[in-house]
Structures are given as C-alpha cells and as structure tokens.
Unconditional design. Structure first.
Length: 319
C-alpha cells in the first residue's frame, strides 16, 4: 500500500513551524501511544533541531498498558523525557507541565541568576494528524479553543493559546511526510485513523489488521471472531467473519467491503481491547541488528583498506 498524502496546508505548516521555533522554549511532540515510533514524524527532528522537547504519548487509554510502560522507559533510557496522557478524558495532564518544568530547569535557573522574572513556558505542539493536538489544548486551557475532530487535518492555522499562568501554547497543524517508504508504517497509521480513509484500501487494511492480531493478540481475535489465525485463502477468513457477524449483501452473499470496514472499526473502537502496534522488544532487536551490521561493514571496510595498503606496499617493494 503506497500512500502519498501531503496537502498544501501541511507544507505551509512545516515552514511556519521552522519560522516560529525561535519564539518557543520547548517542543511538545505529540504521538499516538499505540504507535509511539510510527507516529513520530521523521521530518520533525530536522525541523526542530536542538530545541528542548517533551515527548507526549497521547491516547494511552487505547494502548496496551504494559507496552506503554516499556515505551516510557525506552525513551527515558535514550535521554528523551516522555509522559503518557489521555487528553480526551483529561487524565495525567499535570505530568505535561511538571515534565516541561524539569526539562527547562537549567534555563529558568540561568534567567533567575540574571535577575529576570519567571514567565510562562512558551511551547509549540507538533505531531501528525489525528493524534489529539486540539483536544489536548482544549483540556489544558479548559476551554473549547481549538477545532477538534476525528478527521486528519482538522487543525489548519497557527494560534497562541494561554494555559493558565504557566504555559502559552502555539498550536500547529500536524505534519506528515509525503510518502511512506516503510509500507507497514502506512498500514499502522491508516489503521489508527491518522490517514484519511478516502485514500486507503479498506480490504488491504483489514487483512493487515487480521494478520497483526494473529501474530500479537491471537487471544483477542479468538474471542471476537472465533479464529486465532488467518487462512491462506483470505476469502475463507472473510466468509467466516461475515457469517459470524451476519454481514450480508442483497441476495444473501457476504458483503466483503462491509466485513473489511467492520474489522477496521473493531480495531479503532476497541472492540478488540487495548492494542499497541509498535513494540519495544522488536525495536531493540532491530537496533541491535543495525549495530551488528554497521560493525561488520566497518570491519569489512578496514580489511579492504588494509589489503589495499599491503598490495601497494608490495608493489613499492618490487620497484
């Protein structure tokens, strides 16, 4: 599934984020707790550069609690301050202000030592579409200031919003990279609603969801669909779920489009429980292999260099 989705307002948003960086003390990078890596925008690192950052894992109520704890530890070990919240219900929001104060403590201490009065933290919220930026702002400000919705790309224009006396937020539209080089990331984002359904093949998405569940949460799939694996012939699996859930078209045939939609909605509406789509153990193993490959490549490079030097020396000796 190749997805390309980069509306004009997102390109503009990226430019505006870069321009407004000098106005803020810290970046609040909002990600989906269900996919803490896949929902991190790879362009953000380039854009924000060395600006202090707080990583906020939102929608923790929808994610596997055990995996969320692992992710918080993973980021902390790598020097990235991270907190998990549920902006929809306003849970653990106090952790955002507390963590921001900790990150900026040295800067605040320097300001105080120069006789400068403390002021509100100026923060910029960035993230991909549909991670809950507007909902978080409204919860923090305790007012309905920013447009919210379940459609990616709802927030369109930048605005400063005061959050009590402690924080001033600059809301920015979500930024999404123009093409997903990793097909699986595209599926994960589409499955959690970060990509518009209008540009997504729902049957492909449903198949991905079933295979993911069979691999990581077979007991949930067994409980919901009375199967714990996906048949080699996908039609069999769709037929089974269609009959089980009585999803028929006119004439009594299974309506495969509606079965696909049902599966995707079951995932999004938590009928299969709290799910996480990125796993710390898998990421750590991936990083370990990358280090090994890099070491092997360096050893090979050094060996080739040594052989060239020896060959060159032998030629000089002959001369």
């Amino acid at each position: 599934m190749t997805i390309q989705w980069f509306p004009g307002h997102m390109a503009k948003a990226r430019r505006e984020v870069t321009e407004k960086l000098k106005l803020v003390d810290i970046i609040f990078e909002l990600v989906d707790a269900r996919l803490p890596l896949s929902s991190r925008n790879p362009m953000i690192d380039q854009v924000i550069n060395q600006k202090p950052r707080l990583l906020i894992l939102n929608k923790q109520d929808m994610a596997d609690e055990g995996e969320t704890r692992k992710w918080l530890a993973y980021f902390e070990e790598r020097g990235d301050k991270a907190v998990a919240i549920n902006s929809f219900e306003g849970k653990n929001l106090q952790a955002v202000n507390k963590a921001a104060q900790e990150i900026l403590k040295e800067k605040w201490d320097r300001m105080k030592s120069k006789g400068m009065k403390p002021r509100a933290i100026r923060a910029m919220i960035v993230g991909i579409p549909n991670v809950g930026k507007s909902t978080l702002i409204n919860r923090l400000a305790k007012k309905n200031l920013a447009k919210t919705g379940n459609m990616p790309g709802v927030t369109k224009a930048q605005q400063w919003i005061k959050v009590g006396k402690e924080i001033e937020l600059l809301d920015t539209p979500g930024i999404l990279w123009p093409k997903f080089e990793d097909q699986e990331i595209g599926y994960k984002l589409a499955l959690t609603g970060a990509i518009k359904d209008t540009i997504t093949n729902m049957e492909d998405l449903a198949v991905y969801a079933l295979r993911f569940l069979a691999l990581h949460y077979p007991e949930r799939m067994e409980e919901r669909y009375k199967i714990s694996s996906v048949a080699e012939d996908l039609v069999e699996t769709f037929d089974h779920i269609g009959k089980l859930r009585r999803v028929y078209a006119q004439g009594g045939e299974i309506d495969y489009d509606q079965v696909a939609l049902l599966i995707v909605r079951d995932v999004r509406d938590q009928h299969l429980g709290k799910l996480t789509f990125d796993f710390v153990d898998e990421q750590v193993e991936k990083e370990r292999l990358e280090v090994l490959i890099a070491q092997e490549n360096e050893e090979r490079r050094q060996k080739n260099l040594l052989m060239k030097q020896q060959k060159h020396q032998e030629q000089q000796d002959k001369e």
